[in-house]
Write a protein that binds this ligand. Sequence first.
Ligand code: SF4
Ligand code: SF4
Length: 343
Amino acid sequence: MRAVRLGKSGLMASRVGMGCIPIQRVSEEAAIRVLREAYEGGVRFFDTARMYTTSEERIGKAFEGMRDEVVIATKTNKMDYDGVMSEVEISLRNLKTDYIDLYQHHNMAALPDKENVQGAYQTMLKLKEQGVIRHIGITTHSLDVAAAAVESGQYETLQFPLSYLSGEKELDLIALCKQHDMGIIAMKALAGGLITSSRLAAAFFERYDNIVPIWGIERPDQLAEFLLHEEDIPQMDKALAAEMKADQAELSVSFCRACGYCLPCPAEIEIPTAARMGLLIRRMPAEPYMTEEAKSKMMRIENCTSCYQCQGRCPYELNTPALLRAMYADYKEEYARITGKRW
Ligand code: SF4
Ligand code: SF4
């Protein structure tokens, strides 16, 4: 397994990183088994978050007694001292460790205030001084926040959605990180499930030597597929390039990056969530999206007036109202199937 240096953090991650959202969806036994198999296959970088329910706990159980042999990244979205301190304690307990290799601000819509002594960033600095966390990173869906994070010099790694469906400006972040000696981690490397060829997805990343894609893996067969790409490294030949071009033309128009630039919506539709609902309910535990509250938020799509303000603001030129209508139709079917209730 090739190793990739995560910029100035000096952390060495395996080229195949494991995104640990999906292990929430299987039994604990199956999750631990696939984590251990990943380790045996050479995976050394595991990315989780405090908000991924059982994910940290399962990683903790899988790697108990061999902590130093893996690089563990987790995240908090808390913005104040008390919030970060309480979450880091839970993460340490879950992960059965006394340190976190990479601690990341989770899904930031703006850069945390670096001057606020009671704020999240300053708290992370204190935790780093104490050795509780080794390195500080940031994750975001916003291109502006990502670029500002790199330019700030405050962070050692950036985690951002990147795949062959990304636009040029998004992909420029990879070179920008290299220039600033910052590690770059690609989340949603399969565009949240829209990309179905892992071989093509992996071939695309071969043009970059500084990136660690994290693949959402929950089953041994998925793991085997990604491990195979390390044994037989896929090259972007003519056939794969043609496939990529076709996918870019077809799929880029339906991939919501959850950046939130389209907000506010006069009908109060939570667009970044609603426009990804089909992916969320298939990749995350579906139950939290089936509550009365979640359902009533999706029903706001009925109030869409087709004002197209959202579409005008979307940097990816998505036809947001059409996407929302498609997501709503799919959600109704999935709601009935999963809950057994009539719509
Ligand atoms: S088109 Fe619909 S979803 Fe978009 S801003 Fe207008 S009301 Fe909201
Ligand atoms: S619809 Fe466009 S602007 Fe809105 S969250 Fe999705 S990608 Fe961002």
